[in-house]
Design a protein around this ligand. Structure first.
Ligand code: 5MM
Length: 397
């Protein structure tokens, strides 16, 4: 559609078709452009203002299918992508040896848990783990795939201090990422994860920290889609501190708005990604804590305001909440709002699924069956929470 805006300028509203696509309701978006006669014969030069469509890859359908599978059937993700330092820290607290073999044995316990695939759609691995095998030599990737669980991989290289911004972090890992993604795809990964961490207090997050992290997340996401991997986009507003529920809401909304601006600007296909945000919570040291209902309401409201409907799923991180509270809050969100929301509300928990199992295992092979039982229990609780069917009574069974 073109409208004559003035004698000089042409306002052009057109259904994007830069790559030959058309139709308002396919995955293209509107573009707004201004053109004006700029040559003697009246040819128009166009100044594009916004609306570049996401790029179309050979594997666009694969990305959309994988993203949908990750949040289908009321399942969710299991984050088991602790880097070696994080894993060692958790082992140290329980006097578990901090060795490659102990980490391998623990990950074998997780991936061989019978029935896990009934509740878990995808498992996020770490570089060390995606290369590891069971004692009998079967790769973890094969064990997961055989269980109907899609293997994923954490690809950021960690959050480092942001220069000139005391108390703030920037996640690194873009250098060489294209090559690493190719390798992970060949190893069987079909999705990836990158986590940005945003601290909150009276003076932070700064605009520059939010922008730098959102830009990195968007560049990572575009590279993933180019490689056929669904990007899990994880901007985490941390629970640490004494900030209020309202401060967390404001920071979370600002972060999510900026992240989606950057994702659009890097031409990321929203239908082929999953968002992994924090729930909106008061800081751990805030004197006023929030009820399950309050958390559910404010979290959904913030997401409703900021997350485009094209995104197929939102899979929350647990962020240090207790396993039971994470399930209860997710349950209330689904119970109250599921039928009204454009995206699935799922989970991508690490501690809130693994912690009870790790505490039972403690590095002792004799504890493996009981630890697996605990892991499966948490996975079942969270699947029930996706259906709005989780109850405190489940914790007593
Ligand atoms: C497993 O923890 C991941 C971070 O590991 P590193 O700090 O070692 O890089 C983390 O990204 C995790 O996947 C998510 O934050 C979810 O974990 P929680 O425990 O918050 O659910």
């Amino acid at each position: 559609m073109e409208t004559r805006a003035s004698g000089l300028a042409h306002l052009v509203l057109r259904d994007c078709d830069a790559r030959g696509h058309g139709g308002l309701f396919d995955d293209r978006r509107f573009a707004l452009a201004i053109s004006w006669p700029s040559t003697a014969n009246g040819a128009h030069r166009r100044l594009k203002i916004f609306g570049e469509p996401p790029i179309t890859y050979m594997n666009t359908q694969l990305l959309i299918d994988t993203a949908n599978k990750l949040v289908a059937d009321d399942k969710g993700l299991l984050a088991m992508d602790e880097s070696n330092p994080t894993c060692n820290k958790r082992f140290a607290k329980l006097n578990i040896p901090q060795t490659v073999e102990a980490r391998r044995a623990y990950r074998e316990l997780i991936v061989t848990t019978l029935g896990l695939g009934e509740c878990i759609s995808g498992a996020i691995l770490y570089d060390e783990t995606i290369r590891q095998q069971k004692k009998d030599g079967t790769t973890f990737v094969k064990v997961l795939t055989d269980a109907g669980i899609i293997p994923g991989i954490k690809v950021d290289t960690g959050a480092k201090d942001l220069a000139a911004h005391p108390g703030e972090k920037i996640t690194e890992g873009l250098d060489g990422l294209r090559e690493r993604l190719k390798e992970y795809y060949q190893m069987g990964a079909r999705f990836a994860k990158w986590r940005a961490v945003i601290a909150t207090s009276a003076d932070i997050p700064s605009r520059s920290c939010i922008e730098a992290n959102a830009h990195a997340l968007a560049r990572y996401a575009a590279l993933c889609q180019e490689a056929g991997l669904v990007p899990i986009v994880e901007p985490e507003v941390l629970m640490d501190g004494d900030h209020t529920l309202e401060q967390c809401r404001a920071a979370t909304e600002e972060v999510l708005r900026t992240v989606f601006n950057q994702l659009n600007s890097q031409r990321v296909l929203l239908e082929g990604m999953i968002l992994k945000p924090n729930m909106v919570l008061p800081g751990l040291n805030c004197p006023t804590q929030a009820s399950v209902d309050e958390v559910a309401n404010i979290t959904v409201k913030s997401l409703w305001r900021t997350v485009p409907a094209a995104v197929p799923g939102i899979a929350f991180l647990s962020g240090g909440q207790s396993a039971e509270l994470a399930s209860a809050r997710l349950n209330t969100m689904n119970l109250r709002f599921k039928s009204k929301l454009p995206w699935a509300l799922a989970f991508s928990f690490a501690r809130a699924i693994q912690q009870p199992a790790l505490e039972i295992w403690r590095g002792d092979e004799a504890n493996v069956p009981a630890a697996q039982q605990a892991l499966l229990h948490r996975a079942r609780c969270n699947r029930a929470a996706r259906r709005g069917e989780y109850t405190a009574a489940m914790e007593r069974t």
